[in-house]
Design a protein around this ligand. Structure first.
Ligand code: SF4
Ligand code: SF4
Length: 354
């Protein structure tokens, strides 16, 4: 198979965050040696840097290694050339997200802040417009909001995320002619689910237990809040258990994401030294979702919602921006692609051993 060299790969990746510091790399191999997640067959981050420096675009796109990194930052701390391999892996994940996305919108939003702002403004205008068509009637708008979330989840999962996962499968397995036995596809599903919900591999990073726990609580808090609002109709229910479940999950989300925001402001850890706009959007919107959901429910419980409908509309705008822009095209997708990357990496291993 011929190898196509793309000399612009370097410049392309720079648009996704890292400013080409990896060109300083002289391949001492220190980063791979200190990385507690690298193993035989997945020798990152050095191998990824090599592919970038040589412009091996096809090899790079078929590589799942960037997703196996949990950005502990140990490689960047110990790199003798300040090549920032940890941040390079993060930029590589953003770039790969744009490659998997059939719509092209991930690439646009990752590389253009004005496009991102326009997208956010348009979604806000759309939600206010819908409020207008409902004559800003509290019940009608809240009913719309409830159904909107359900249909949005269905549309994003079927029209964007599923085709993108299929494309990822094409680039990493089919195009590479990896022939894993059918039984591995079934056996590895458990690993896929385990890593999707627990991110357990990140515990291999040194002193990462607290961060892992925070992530775990946010993931479960987020999923539970989604379930409570969308399927248990939190804003309309009178069931005490559901009401408290919503309060707790909303609270968990905004308390822990606030800690993530503080960490990015302080830049006191290697992993929070560089913040791309997509990193800010992710933590701030997650915080705002939990916070505004919490306040809206308080207003409902105190019968003040009709006089403060604007707050529900703000919450709806935040949910819509999250669901239409961040979930399908932004950092949320990393949650999905990382789990599938582990799944595909396991298939590759079994395929190569056949
Ligand atoms: S430690 Fe730095 S210089 Fe050495 S291989 Fe890794 S990125 Fe390159
Ligand atoms: S950031 Fe951590 S997990 Fe990622 S490549 Fe570097 S050492 Fe490995």
């Amino acid at each position: 198979m011929s190898t196509v060299v793309n000399p612009d790969l370097n410049k392309k990746l720079a648009k996704f965050g890292n400013k080409s510091e990896w060109n300083e790399c002289f391949h001492c191999g220190n980063c791979t040696a200190v990385c507690s997640l690298t193993e035989d067959g997945n020798l990152f981050p050095r191998k990824v840097i090599r592919q970038l420096q040589m412009g091996l675009k096809d090899k790079f796109i078929s590589n799942v290694d960037p997703w196996l990194c949990y950005y502990c930052g140990e490689c960047s701390e110990t790199c003798p050339r300040d090549a920032n391999p940890g941040e390079m892996m993060m930029s590589a994940r953003r770039y790969l997200t744009s490659v998997y996305d059939w719509t092209g919108l991930s690439g646009l939003f990752y590389s253009s802040v004005p496009a991102l702002i326009i997208g956010f403004v348009l979604v806000a205008v759309l939600m206010i417009g819908i409020g207008f068509t409902k004559h800003f009637n509290t019940e009608a708008i809240m009913d719309f909001g409830h159904h909107f979330e359900k249909y949005l989840i269905l549309a994003v999962a079927s029209l964007i995320l599923t085709p993108n996962i299929i494309r990822m499968f094409w680039f990493t397995i089919l195009k590479e002619k990896i022939k894993a036995p059918l039984i591995s596809y079934i056996k590895e599903i458990w690993e896929l689910i385990l890593h999707m919900f627990t991110q357990i591999n990140s515990l291999k990073c040194e002193n990462n237990t607290f961060r892992w726990l925070e992530h775990l609580l946010i993931v479960f808090g987020y999923l539970l809040l989604l379930f409570t609002t969308v399927f248990l109709n939190w804003f309309s229910t009178e069931n005490t258990f559901v009401i408290w479940l919503g309060y707790i999950t909303g609270g968990v989300i905004f308390v822990f994401t606030f800690d993530f925001i503080l960490s990015r402001i302080r830049k006191n850890k290697e992993l929070s030294k560089f913040s791309h706009p997509s990193d800010w959007l992710f933590v701030i919107w997650l915080f705002l979702m939990g916070f505004t959901a919490f306040i809206v429910r308080i207003l409902i419980d105190t019968d003040l919602i009709s006089n403060n409908l604007w707050l529900y509309i703000v919450h709806l705008i935040i949910i819509a921006q999250w669901g239409i822009l961040i979930v399908p095209f932004g950092k949320w997708t990393h949650f999905l692609y990382r789990s599938f990357a582990i799944y595909f990496a396991n298939l590759k291993k079994t395929g190569l051993n056949v």
